[in-house]
Design a binder for this molecule. Sequence first.
Ligand code: CP
Ligand code: NVA
Length: 309
Amino acid sequence: MVKKVRHLLTLADLSAAEMERIFSIAEDLKSKWAKGIREPLLPGRVMALLFEKPSLRTRVSFEACMAHLGGSSLFLGQETGFGTRETMADFARVLSQYVDVIVARTYRHQTVVELAQYAQCPVINGLSDLAHPCQALADLFTIRELFGRLRGLTLAWIGDGNNVARSLARGCGKLGIRMVMATPPPYRFDEAFLEELRRDAPEFELVVTDDPVEAVQDAAVIYTDVWTSMGQEAEAAQRRRIFAPYQVNAALMAHAQKGAVFMHCMPAHRGEEVTDEVIDGPQSVVIQQAANRMHLQKGLLAWLLAAQN
Ligand code: CP
Ligand code: NVA
């Protein structure tokens, strides 16, 4: 019998119970790591990283994870001819003969979908124009760590309804977090995505407003991301104008509850979507968030690769 390969292209690929399982493996590995124990759960395993866009957090955290788990990684640049030298099908079928898992960061989401269609090993989306599932999983892990729970909390998303927002919405929907989005109309989720969200998480409470103050009032977490994502640079001036009222600054944070935290997936465009005083301020948890990319992905790799055996 041919075993079905599991992929993580969006958080639609994981159930709530599977996310909880990944959190608990990550939590265990994080506490061991803090005691100096790096459990080699994946000896000899090889991970390929295929990146069409720059990265600090995703690339380095995945490479560090694999090293801690006793495996190794290959960062593959243009010389493999990814997307140009042969068909995606040939590329994916061949690469997956050599490696146990592929992490891909692409412009078009369809590229990771095609890789997964042909690869005979798991493919993890390390960010596409549509989704950033590893970021959202790590952020939910951070929120759980900070508040001791997820269900019943409110997350305010301020700004562009982009890849990170979509993945957080899927995760929040499945894990019982309410989401309030302050987003200008042309940058909100489209109807097709809202329909998928409703199907995937019928109980999800998603409120959409154009008032950032309304969004932050009841929130435990205030989250923003860049106004111009990688690949959208030609729209930067227009986006700066449209998103200017959505800046997360001290005046906006003054409307938040005491105890609310500020989150950002980074890299930040300081002075645009967030001011220095907020991202460097006492409510900011952005460094813990970035650190947890590594811990969470360790749980993800251990879970995903164990499931392949
Ligand atoms: N947050 C995130 O994915 O960062 P990188 O672009 O540095 O990987
Ligand atoms: N939305 C941003 C996230 C970067 C981690 C981008 O796609 O560039």
